[in-house]
Design a binder for this molecule. Structure first.
Ligand code: ZN
Length: 299
């Protein structure tokens, strides 16, 4: 028996088949069709391909960005408007005769790391993705938490307290609000930090590289980013108190975050010596897709 996972983004469907132990058996990619029935047909076709010669699927999971209710309701999926409000879970289940679960992609990321990743077997896990956007997912005792409003873990759209003049002015977020955590912690925020310090332009990976090589300006820019990340995560710790926080997304490859940020959050967390660990994702960019495949496992 295999487990199938799908990650549906704005333009591509990624699909994976895992065996019982979580070993990857196959991975496929397709363009996302632009209507509900064609998307359903594409998923059914991918299921057939993944099962061919590997045996039937025990469960199917789907991760996608947006607000996904605990029962798989597609409440708000901005990138995939033709799926919004449609019964994709039921339709796919009926078509393939196999249990289907759908969850927010950041919840899938956190689940992947909680099942067999960097936080394997840990009771309370917060998964935070730092990339073009800033997402978050919560897993408690191996189960992803959707929440009453399907927004559990969406820390990226809270305002960030404690910014100062050195951080520059708040900017408008993709969600329409101003000064969201996402706008202070995405790749563009680090680029802005570097611009404020030097007047010059570099990409976020280049700034991280320069900082690692000891460049003083890049280090100053990165220190501001780290301070804001610590502030934002201290807020998560004081509410959720996770055992482990796993970072994913492009900025999670900045190795200095893992030593520096816990030092910076220590005075902001109510506990005298916070035990929460900050670790990089084990499965990197594949984690969300693997977590989708594990959704059936956590049911
Ligand atoms: Zn926002």
């Amino acid at each position: 028996m295999i487990r199938i996972g799908f990650d549906i983004g704005g333009s591509k469907i990624a699909a994976i088949a895992l065996d019982r132990q979580g070993r990857e058996l196959a991975r496929l990619r397709r363009d996302v069709p632009r209507d509900h029935s064609a998307t359903l047909a594409a998923l059914v076709g991918l299921c057939g391909e993944l099962q061919h010669g590997r045996g039937p699927a025990r469960s199917i999971g789907i991760g996608m960005p947006g607000l996904i209710g605990a029962a798989g309701a597609l409440i708000r999926v901005v990138n995939l408007p033709w799926l919004q409000g449609r019964p994709l879970q039921r339709d796919l289940q009926d078509a393939v005769r196999c249990p289907v679960r759908i969850a927010n992609d950041a919840n899938c990321f956190a689940l992947s790391e909680a099942v067999d990743g960097a936080a394997a077997g840990v009771p309370v896990v917060f998964g935070a993705t730092l990339g073009t956007g800033v997402g978050g997912g919560i897993v408690v005792d191996g189960k992803p938490l959707a929440g009453a409003n399907a927004v559990a873990g969406e820390w990226g759209h809270n305002p960030l307290p404690g910014t100062d003049a050195a951080d520059g002015s708040p900017v408008v977020c993709g969600c329409g609000r101003t000064g969201c955590i996402e706008t202070w912690l995405n790749g563009a925020a680090l680029v802005r930090d570097y611009r404020i310090v030097t007047g010059g332009e570099h990409s976020a990976p280049a700034i991280a590289r320069l900082a690692e090589q000891g460049d003083a300006d890049a280090r100053t820019a990165l220190a501001r980013y780290q301070r804001r990340l610590a502030t934002a995560l201290a807020g998560v710790i004081n509410i959720l108190d996770p055992d482990v926080i796993v970072l994913g997304g492009g900025l999670s490859s900045i190795t200095s975050l893992y030593a520096e940020v816990p030092k910076l959050w220590a005075p902001l967390v109510l506990a005298p010596q916070p035990e929460t660990k900050l670790v990089p994702a084990r499965f990197g960019p594949q984690s969300g897709l693997r977590g989708a495949a594990w959704l059936g496992h956590s049911a």
